[in-house]
Ligand binder design. Sequence first.
Ligand SMILES: [Zn+2]
Length: 168
Amino acid sequence: VPSPYAIRTFGDPVLRRKCEPVDVIDDTLKQLAADMITTMYDAPGVGLAAPQIGVSKRFFVFDADDGKGPFTVINPRITRAEGEYTFDEGCLSVPGLHFPITRANEVDLTGTDLDGNEINFSFTGFEAKIMQHEFDHLDGILLLQRLDDDARKKAMRTLRERQLRANG
Ligand SMILES: [Zn+2]
């Protein structure tokens, strides 16, 4: 089965918009989450946030490849963030580019699952990185905004040059 959704990429305004909270968990949302998980695996990726498929709602899916996932987290909140962890980070919406980004090493995250139950996660390192990256998407923040000025300017130049080449 092909991915039901194309992943939105840098330049699409939906990626810079702050998402609205989810107020009803219905069959439409459940189907959307299932389709997002398929799209994430096809990419392949370890996380995918709703705005990446053009839906400006506060939820994301992830699978940290630890045998426990995939998970859907609705209306997530980060309740604790401590320490520092630097990882060469990429994003399905900014394909082909990676940047060393420092985020919190330990994160507690709470939210709601597709059955409406509260779920809590405590993650460190790589998994904590995924949570913070996907959470950023819900606030319209791309990994480019996490770079210092020089690195961001360089990345924007690369993206612009690539767009020019793609447009012939
Ligand atoms: Zn991303």
